[in-house]
Design a binder for this molecule. Structure first.
Ligand code: AMP
Ligand code: MG
Length: 408
């Protein structure tokens, strides 16, 4: 079965889950296979192409979690102990002389023969420099055991993990200075519409500034993509054909605008001529119409042009698609349940993603939820997911997706 060509039920809206499933299966059919071997400093935001397997025990030896004294618990009988050595982090200690203790500092190896570390706050240095302890001692206390973080042969990160500061820190802790990562996805961004001009130019009658281009180009860069900014595409079939043809080798053509019902759909015509096209009417608001197709074998996603629709459909559909192309398993943003601080009286037939915030632990929404208003999202901290056919009273629970989750 070809998921591109399979139409939804006539007249019925396609549920968000189904659209996502289709997009993900198409992404899996066109994985980015090329890899790069990059220094850690260049791996932030990239996707790991290998499993990161530990070649070390971490820590390599038991070490002290405290500044204090290392000793054998059985040697403490209430009689003060002589300090037989001082061990700083970075030093290799001598085995502990029986019946003595060692001064030890955080991160220093625990000497052979010691089985506990007592923190200095619970130690008293006598006038003759011997040390006594004020609390009961327990075997293993304040010792970080060898291999507590990882042991040789253990998989620390799976292939397909997105790399951020924490993952890169883990790789560094294992001594890795380079990692095998998936090459960047090359995405061409096209903004369609005769009414669009670029910021910086004077605004003529009937014109608006192109904001989607900026939103998508910046967002794609954050997602680790290589962005080919293909500028504005006028509503013209000849130009659509020639501009698509001139894009060269990209992994995805991402366009906005020109997919609304009733509009002259030049992108659609060009795809039908030289590829394939599916027009989906999604049960999502904002953002009902979405195009998926191929142009000369290159996947194309056409997002609706209203700025809030572009944002929501990119966040929930195109973003997971792009991540899955790179082999990422966990493409769904974290959703958490919160009570609402607003009333939703009219059940809709589409799933709504309201631009909202958390105030005193409750979700509240921007007063204007028009798909043309980008300010709603600038005000918002996240998307409030209101399911089809539901009403909400104060205190009812909804899913909240933080924008910070989606933007990175
Ligand atoms: P369309 O999807 O082409 O019917 O566009 C829907 C609405 O979004 C229209 O009001 C367009 O003017 C607006 N729009 C389309 N593309 C952009 C863009 N790149 N930047 C800002 N607004 C846009
Ligand atoms: Mg348009």
């Amino acid at each position: 079965m070809n998921p591109v060509g399979k139409p939804g039920k006539t007249g019925a809206l396609m549920p968000v889950e189904e659209a996502l499933e289709r997009l993900l299966s198409m992404a899996e059919a066109a994985p980015i296979r090329e890899q790069e071997h990059l220094p850690l400093a260049e791996c932030d935001g990239r996707v790991l192409a290998e499993a990161l397997v530990s070649t070390l025990d971490l820590p390599p030896w038991p070490n002290s979690a405290m500044d204090g004294y290392a000793l054998r618990t059985a040697d403490w009988t209430g009689e003060p102990l002589v300090v037989s050595q001082r061990i700083f982090a970075g030093q290799a200690p001598e085995p502990l002389t029986a019946g003595t203790c060692a001064r030890i500092f955080t991160g220093a190896p625990v000497p052979e023969g010691a089985d506990c570390v007592e923190m200095q706050e619970n130690a008293e240095v006598q006038s003759d420099q011997r040390v006594s302890f004020t609390q009961a001692l327990h075997v293993g206390q304040n010792i970080r055991p060898k291999g507590q973080e990882t042991t040789v042969g253990e998989e620390v990160l799976a292939a397909g993990t997105r790399l951020g500061p924490i993952e890169l820190g883990l790789a560094a802790s294992l001594g890795r200075d380079r990692l095998e990562v998936v090459r960047r996805v090359r995405v061409a961004v096209l903004s369609t519409g005769d009414e669009l001009i670029e910021p910086g130019l004077p605004l003529g009658p009937g014109q608006i500034y192109n904001s989607n281009r900026r939103v998508l180009c910046s967002w794609l860069q954050r997602l680790g993509c290589e962005v080919i900014d293909a500028g504005i595409l006028p509503d013209d079939l000849e130009l659509t054909r020639s501009r698509l043809g001139a894009l060269g080798s990209v992994d995805l053509i991402l366009s906005t605008g020109g997919v609304s019902v009733g509009e002259a759909d030049f992108l659609g015509i060009a795809l039908r001529e030289e590829g394939e096209l599916a027009l989906w009417k999604l049960a999502i608001k904002p953002g009902k119409p979405l195009t998926f197709g191929h142009f000369r074998g290159v996947p194309v996603i056409g997002l609706p042009g209203n700025p809030a629709s572009t944002l929501v459909t990119f966040a929930l559909l195109a973003r997971p698609y792009l991540l899955r192309r790179q082999g990422v398993e966990a493409v769904q943003p974290l959703r958490f349940e919160v009570p609402v601080g607003f009333v939703w009286a009219k059940p809709g037939n589409r799933r709504e993603y309201l631009r909202g915030r958390l105030e005193h632990g409750r979700a509240v929404i921007y007063q204007n939820q028009s798909s043309g208003v980008l300010r709603s999202a600038a005000w918002a901290e996240g998307l409030v997911e209101v399911l089809e056919g539901t009403t909400l009273a104060i205190g009812d629970r909804v899913n909240f997706i933080a924008l910070s989750e989606l933007l990175g």
